[in-house]
Design a protein around this ligand. Structure first.
Ligand code: NAD
Ligand code: WQD
Length: 336
């Protein structure tokens, strides 16, 4: 059984990935400082899996503490590095925090992989590395544009750091997964997205509005050149995203990779407008939301969605869930 270190395992994506990994035969340990999550998320994981998951309460910016995890666990075969701060708006106001946290933790974990002989490494990248692109759908070869925020810049730099590590450590196999817009919850409703800071992403905001925690749902811009005037995004169900990590590990472990550093888009390849997403929620919940059409949000791009054919071809990954499934599972989670 391969032992995988999941950094950020108490977070939104990491916790769902742990569920899929363990259900596919991987042994998992987590390392999370809980700076942006609660250990309760692992209670939900335990309830789904019927077995506990160990978390090392470690700030991965602390190199010695990070090394001790690898020493204690000895035979880690792969690392999935989710741990990072991810709020675009916060990063604009706290650039030092974002560059320090996201890049120091990455370098520390990479150095430990080299020192302790870890052969598989998967990195959480983001479609935000494409910046304000006009090429649609975006492929992995779409040129990266100047980023809109320090957060997105940490992902571009992080990718660059890994590319250079891959040249230096040719026996380690790396995958960079560029996620589009992850949303939704585990179908059981036992885990989901539980932001500790104020939610700004569309689906959590929809849910909070439906729960009455917000008086209204602001739609940022209805004058874009799209089919209904609102922005287009590629919303990917969290369990589809989780599966992409398991498939990536499977692929690396049997050495199907063509180079030792490969990039894959992880989106469902379909653009959904903000108004269509809201309609999908209203359909599955039988509720009418108090929607307020307002000005464009600074930094938003008009439209982005993925070409995921490379992930399909190489990883054998195909998304299974729709925007309705995203809304249905997020709503189920909210009502538990
Ligand atoms: P999250 O905030 O829910 O989880 C991240 C976890 O990392 C948290 O539990 C946090 O406590 C932990 N963490 C952060 N810095 C740490 C450090 N220095 N040491 C130890 N633990 C630390 O975020 P998420 O949505 O699960 O995102 C996971 C990864 O995916 C991140 O790298 C994020 O940038 C990336 N990503 C997320 C999205 C998205 O919309 N959710 C989209 C694209 C990429
Ligand atoms: C989606 C659409 C908003 C809230 C962000 C990061 C990106 C990646 C994914 C990490 C946009 C509209 C939203 C609201 C709205 N994360 N909206 N009212 O901005 O596409 O991407 O998360 O890597 O880097 O930037 O996601 O969910 O915030 O917005 O109208 O209250 O919903 O304008 O068009 P975004 P989002």
């Amino acid at each position: 059984m391969s032992k995988i270190l999941v950094t950020g395992g108490c977070g939104y994506i990491g916790s769902h990935a742990i569920v899929d990994l363990v259900q596919h035969g991987y042994e998992v340990v987590s390392a999370d400082s809980l700076i942006r999550s609660s250990i309760k998320q692992l209670d939900g994981v335990t309830e789904i899996l019927g077995c506990p998951i160990k978390n090392y309460l470690v700030d991965l910016c602390d190199k010695e503490a990070t090394r001790r995890i690898f020493e204690a666990e000895k035979d880690i075969t792969g690392v999935i590095h989710f741990a990072a701060l991810k709020s675009v708006g916060e990063s604009v106001f706290e650039p030092t925090l974002y560059y320090t946290n996201n890049l120091t933790s990455l370098v520390n974990v990479l150095e430990c992989c080299a020192e302790f002989g870890v052969k598989q490494f998967i990195f959480s990248s983001s479609c935000s590395v494409y910046g304000n692109t006009t090429e649609l759908p975006v492929t992995e070869n779409t040129p990266l544009q100047k980023t809109e925020s320090p957060y997105a810049h940490t992902k571009q730099i992080g990718e660059g750091i890994i590319e250079h590590f891959a040249k230096r450590y040719t026996d380690i196999r790396f995958i960079l997964l560029r996620y589009f817009n992850p949303a939704g919850a585990h179908p059981s409703g036992l885990i989901g997205e539980s932001p500790l800071v104020e939610a700004t992403n569309l689906v959590p905001v929809v849910i909070e509005t439906a729960l009455g925690k917000r008086p209204q749902l602001s739609v940022f811009g209805t004058d874009y050149a799209t089919r209904d005037g609102s922005c287009i995004r590629d919303y990917i169900h969290i369990m589809d995203l989780a599966a992409a990590h398991t498939k990536s590990l499977d692929y690396l472990i049997v050495e199907k990779n063509e180079t030792n550093c490969e990039v894959f888009n992880v989106g469902i390849g379909q653009g959904v407008t903000v108004l269509e997403a809201i309609n999908a929620f209203e359909k599955i919940s039988n509720l009418k939301l108090n929607v307020f059409k307002t000005d464009r949000r600074l930094g938003d791009i008009e439209a982005i969605y993925a070409d995921y054919s490379l992930a399909k071809k190489h990883l054998g990954w195909t998304p299974q869930y729709s925007i309705e499934d995203i809304m249905q599972t997020a709503w189920k989670r909210a009502n538990r």
